[in-house]
Design a protein around this ligand. Structure first.
Ligand code: SF4
Length: 263
């Protein structure tokens, strides 16, 4: 079998047939991942509402063109998707009639007046017996240690409570929210963060999102690019995963240089 090697996709230690196969696999995986339905989602989802970076939320609200996908590596999200599917199957098999566990249940956090302002998504798991909303996070070792020491941070806490609100809207009675951090490395030592369900946390996050949306309509950064500066970054911004991250960019209309390079 012969593989054609795409230009510029090998490293110095890869040679010959091995390099061609590595390049072919990488191209196949990236193309498939970047054309998956999740990658094409245009509406802000519960996992994004608590994004600490106001600028990223503004880009998303405006459906701003993303930095070309070939420049980004989808491997971490592929691992996340695969583990989510595995966990979903586990609980579906455990409770085939869905009497106790609701798996990947689609919920509406807020029904907006327009498609864009509606917040909806699929909650990883809901345990009716304990009224607990559960979210899986697949995490590298450094982040896992950080979450153990400092908790999950606002974005994940907001996401968990938004799904709590979604469950409430679906007629359930959520009492607690939990985030299960599953290690990306080879030892199964999860860290589980648990808290009471807080409707007010979800509502405050939705109010912040509405304020960002209002500012967008007011200043129109599309027509007034210098006003992108009104949408600040955050020290907690996760630039590595941001689809608008363009290192060294000096034009926020074309991409963002990242939190550490931004003024
Ligand atoms: S690259 Fe970083 S600072 Fe810029 S929009 Fe994305 S998350 Fe925010």
């Amino acid at each position: 079998m012969t593989f054609t090697q795409p230009a510029g996709t090998t490293t110095a230690h890869e040679t010959g047939a091995g390099a061609a196969i590595a390049a072919m696999i990488r191209t196949l995986v990236i193309d498939t991942a970047n054309n998956a339905p999740r990658s094409r989602q245009r509406r802000i989802g519960p996992s994004e509402v608590g994004n600490p970076c106001t600028r990223a939320l503004a880009y998303k609200t405006l459906d701003w063109p993303e930095v070309p996908v070939a420049d980004r590596d989808p491997w971490a999200s592929i691992q996340g998707t695969a583990v989510h599917a595995w966990m979903a199957e586990l609980f579906e098999k455990r409770d085939p009639k869905g009497e106790r566990y609701l798996v990947e249940k689609r919920v509406t956090v807020r029904q907006g007046y327009t498609y864009d302002s509606t917040i909806a998504g699929s909650a990883d798991l809901y345990d009716r017996a304990s009224g607990m909303v559960i979210d899986w996070k697949i995490t590298g070792i450094t982040s896992l240690q950080k979450y153990r020491r400092h908790g999950p941070g606002d974005q994940y806490r907001i996401q968990a409570n938004l799904y709590g609100l979604g469950m409430e809207n679906a007629g359930e009675k959520p009492k607690r929210v939990a985030i299960v951090f599953l290690p990306r490395h080879h030892v199964l030592e999860p860290y589980v963060w648990v808290d009471d369900y807080r409707r007010d946390v979800a509502e405050q996050a939705l109010a912040r999102l509405d304020a960002i949306r209002e500012l967008i309509y007011k200043v129109d950064p599309e027509k007034n690019p210098h006003l992108w500066q009104l949408f600040p970054t955050s020290p907690q911004a996760k630039c590595f995963f941001c689809p608008w991250h363009k290192p060294h960019s000096t034009d926020l209309g074309e991409g963002c240089p990242g939190a550490t390079q931004s003024s």
